[in-house]
Design a protein around this ligand. Structure first.
Ligand SMILES: [Zn+2]
Length: 415
């Protein structure tokens, strides 16, 4: 009998594609999940992933090409038309900008107020664990930028338990932050009767189907729900959270989206400013430094090479560590892919940066986070991490260490 030299078909977790491919333009792999509805996320959820075309180019890069051909002056006219419809001169707020005071929200609130004459109310869902820089940037945004702000300090007990469950069940440290960040602004908008909300960029630009980018409006399925029985937090149903974990429904509501009926009454529109204005992270960063006193951290963020992206939350670095474990995609892959698309990096440079920084263990805040969540650090680094390594992505090398089977630089275990 002929020896079978074919690689065995290994199980792929989370519904990821079996064959790992890398985009020929950026450094992203086809394992990157598209954004999903966070409050439906369970252990068994299957991901939809980034689409690659027959030339091996990812949708995010194709979208970058589309962006190059957009007539931005026409888009700005559309924006002005929209703002003219909502702008108020009676002293009341006319729009909401949701954000943490990072570079993106700082830029948005500032241009809307000072360039386009709007009267924004800023709304903040604070990080799980503020970094000093994050807190300072939030404060400067409000004080130097000159904005009213509603910052919603969460019930610490519920926040802690849900974050812990999302890590233990989904290996997803960032879920409570994402939930609040998406859901708070529409609820405040309904309460204060401010029908126009701005977010920065469409997540779709980085991996959702291209069609999602042809509209400035956020799909309502992301921030509304119809039936409480279909809602999960930390991968646990609402019923189980109230019965087994003894959380009251009242303690869970701030993590949940507004109900569809609540929003229907107020007719809220959620727009991406990134649809109307050309969004280049580096330029947005300089703008925020100039106008709202935004400061980058003087040190590099672990797991990547950058200093100014998402630096508000201590748990952020850990989030990207888990994406490296689950999908084989670390923070340098995300950062470099975006910069290649914006032509600030060549693909070759990107490959080198990924090789150097992806998957670096974020130990700066690690012990503090584990202590806050009451998780054993060794349990996190070993059992919990290993349980989430999909066999089609990871194997052990001769030294008994975990190694990716495929990498963008071609030095994986099976490359
Ligand atoms: Zn690409």
């Amino acid at each position: 009998m002929m020896e079978d030299k074919k690689t065995p078909v290994r199980e792929a977790y989370y519904g990821l594609p079996h064959d790992v491919k890398f985009c020929s333009k950026c450094v992203m792999s086809n394992q990157r999940p598209a954004s999903a509805i966070e409050f439906k996320h369970t252990k068994d959820s299957k991901k939809t992933t980034l689409n690659f075309d027959s030339d091996n180019v990812c949708d995010a890069c194709r979208n970058g090409d589309v962006k190059d051909s957009i007539q931005w002056d026409k888009r700005e006219e559309e924006l002005i038309k929209l703002l003219d419809k909502y702008r108020r001169n009676d002293g009341y707020y006319d729009c909401i900008v949701s954000g943490s005071g990072g570079k993106d929200s700082a830029f948005q609130a500032h241009v809307l107020k000072y360039k386009y004459g709007m009267n924004p109310l800023t709304v903040t869902w604070p990080p799980i664990l503020y970094t000093d820089y994050g807190y300072e940037n939030w404060k400067n945004w409000i004080e130097i930028g000159g904005f009213d702000n509603i910052s919603f300090k969460q019930n610490g007990k519920a926040m802690k338990l849900l974050t812990k469950l999302s890590i233990e069940n989904l290996f997803h440290p960032f879920q409570t932050f994402i939930l609040g960040q998406k859901n708070l602004a529409p609820k405040i908008a309904a309460k204060y009767k401010i029908p126009l909300i701005f977010y920065g960029e469409n997540e779709a630009e980085y991996g959702n189907p291209i069609a999602d980018n042809s509209t400035s409006l956020r799909d309502k399925s992301y921030f509304t729900y119809n039936n409480l029985d279909e809602v999960y937090l930390g991968g646990v149903s609402i019923r189980e959270l109230t019965e087994k974990y003894e959380l009251r429904l009242n303690e869970l509501m701030c993590f949940l989206p507004a109900s569809a009926s609540e929003l229907a009454e107020t007719n809220i529109d959620v727009h991406y400013l990134g649809y109307y204005l050309k969004w280049i992270p580096q330029e947005v960063y300089y703008y925020a430094v100039e106008n709202t006193g935004f400061k980058a951290r003087p040190f590099r963020t672990q797991g990547t090479y950058s200093k100014y992206n998402s630096i508000d939350d201590k748990i952020d670095d850990l989030h990207y560590y888990t994406t490296h474990v689950k999908f084989g995609i670390g923070r340098a892959s995300y950062d470099a892919s975006q910069e290649i698309r914006n032509k600030h990096l060549t693909r070759e440079d990107g490959v080198a940066l990924v090789k150097k920084f992806d998957g670096e263990f974020p130990d700066r805040y690690f012990n503090e986070i584990m202590e806050y969540l009451d998780i054993n650090p060794d349990f996190f680094r070993n059992e919990l991490s290993d349980k989430h390594r999909s066999p089609h992505l990871w194997g052990k090398n001769d030294r008994g260490e975990w190694q990716l089977r495929h990498t963008v630089s071609g030095n994986g275990l099976d490359d």
